[in-house]
Ligand binder design. Structure first.
Ligand SMILES: [Zn+2]
Length: 235
């Protein structure tokens, strides 16, 4: 491909013979579960190589009977799905709905965890109160319990910090806000001539791809910061 050659030239001599297999680390063999890796072969010397993804288990041991998957076919299929599911205006309301579900599930978990931390804080506070009372009463020496008091106070601070982290940053986010945020990226056409960009897009939206025969199953993730929540398979 002319474009491919141009790209190679732009990147200088180091990457002269490197082809970026953008699905590497995401693509798995549907038959045995092993990773699939990029590979190429030439029918004869000097000919344009055929590029594909192949099960690493098959490559090493020949034990897996899975087939090779042509590189461009599977890459385009995944990019098509991302384009459709995440970057097309028609799909935005559905995506916003899924994001709201994830946020609300997270909130539920957070509420449970917050309760636990709060009860730990009240235990620590009771202990602190007891020590202070004992010191005030003169029944124990401050020298004896001063260190204990310090460590309890440190523990309380630690728990309070934990509590503030559990107060979700996504709290109060409405579906309208999510839609507004998403519409900023809508209709963005993936530039398929730029493999580095395509690879970045894979990292953002794709959790895993499973290939068996010609069937490509994509598990997406919704890009909410470091979130790894899958949102269901594709085709
Ligand atoms: Zn396999």
């Amino acid at each position: 491909m002319v474009q491919e050659k141009m790209n190679k030239r732009q990147k200088g001599p180091r990457q002269r013979n490197e082809t970026l297999y953008i699905l590497t680390s995401k693509i798995k063999c549907g038959l045995c579960g092993a990773a699939m890796v990029g590979n190429s072969s030439r029918r004869k010397a000097g000919a344009e190589p055929t590029r594909y993804y192949e099960c690493i288990n098959k490559l090493r041991t020949r034990e897996c009977k899975s087939r090779r998957m042509p590189k461009e076919v599977v890459e385009n299929q995944v990019l098509d799905e991302i384009q459709k599911k995440f970057l097309s205006p028609e799909y935005l309301p559905e995506l916003a709905e899924k994001i709201m579900q994830i946020i609300s599930n997270k909130e539920k978990i957070n509420i449970d965890e917050r309760r636990q931390v709060e009860s730990q804080i009240s235990v620590v506070e009771r202990k602190i109160g007891n020590i202070i009372k004992a010191i005030e009463d003169g029944s124990v020496d401050f020298e004896l319990l001063g260190d204990r008091l310090k460590s309890l106070k440190a523990r309380r601070e630690e728990l309070e910090c934990q509590l503030s982290l559990l107060t979700s940053q996504l709290h109060g986010l409405t579906k309208e806000m999510v839609l507004h945020y998403l519409s900023a990226t809508k209709n963005e056409l993936i530039n398929r001539q730029n493999p580095v960009e395509c690879k970045k897009i894979m990292d953002v939206y794709v959790h895993e791809i499973r290939v068996s025969d010609d069937l490509v199953d994509i598990l997406f993730k919704i890009p909410l910061g470091a979130d790894k929540d899958g949102v269901g398979g594709g085709t």
